[in-house]
Design a protein around this ligand. Structure first.
Ligand code: HEM
Ligand code: HEM
Length: 145
């Protein structure tokens, strides 16, 4: 189960990045053209939201079964940059990113003006993506996949 979830989390990460990129580019396009926010735009935003939500649930489970997660938490491990990334920085930053992305989607659904709705996706997904990129375990990721 551990290995399966580890690989799933590793491959799903590509979909997360791709989905967020498609959502953000669509939002920039709609904003620049100043057009109304159509249902197809909401579906594009879902391409960023759904893999991200799935990923965080899988990450949460991994945190409790991976030897790199909760099991490794200790004062000594916190002094090691790589251990600290898995114990604290990666999970915390990702959860903040997921919350921001969800707020961006939710606002885009509620707002009335097309421009404001595209801006909501652009700004919240954009900050979420930057946070995600800042705390990915890049080296381990490329070694596995
Ligand atoms: C298998 C995991 C999950 C999948 C596939 C998933 C999928 C989705 C989808 C498709 C939406 C958009 C619904 C809409 O159009 O209104 C959504 C929204 C949302 N989800 Fe998830 N989700 C998952 C897990 C979670 C979990 C565990 C939480 C919270 C603990 C969560 C919190 C939310 C919230 C707050 C929204 C925002 C609703 C809104 O304001 O539009 N999701 N999710
Ligand atoms: C939605 C954003 C997230 C993305 C894009 C993401 C991405 C990744 C990637 C690329 C790896 C490296 C996988 C590998 O070694 O090949 C990883 C590992 C890991 N992630 Fe996430 N993650 C996310 C959210 C989370 C969350 C919310 C948690 C925990 C609460 C979490 C916990 C972990 C753990 C424990 C590992 C190490 C797994 C192991 O190799 O034993 N992740 N993540």
């Amino acid at each position: 189960m551990y290995t399966g979830l580890q690989h799933l989390h590793s491959y799903l990460a590509y979909l997360v990045l791709l989905g967020l990129l498609v959502s953000i580019l669509t939002a920039i396009g709609g904003w620049m053209q100043n057009r109304p926010f159509a249902d197809k735009d909401r579906k594009r935003a879902l391409l960023g939201l759904i893999p991200t939500h799935l990923q965080w649930i899988i990450g949460l489970i991994l945190y409790f079964i991976s030897p790199l997660g909760a099991a490794n938490a200790s004062g000594a491990a916190m002094k090691d940059a790589n251990s600290r990334l898995y114990i604290l920085e990666h999970p915390l930053t990702m959860i903040i990113a997921v919350v921001l992305i969800t707020i961006g989607y939710s606002r885009a659904k509620r707002l009335k003006l097309g421009k404001a709705r595209f801006q909501s996706i652009f700004v919240f997904y954009g900050i979420g993506l930057i946070l995600i990129l800042s705390r990915l375990p890049w080296r381990a990721w490329f070694a596995v996949s």
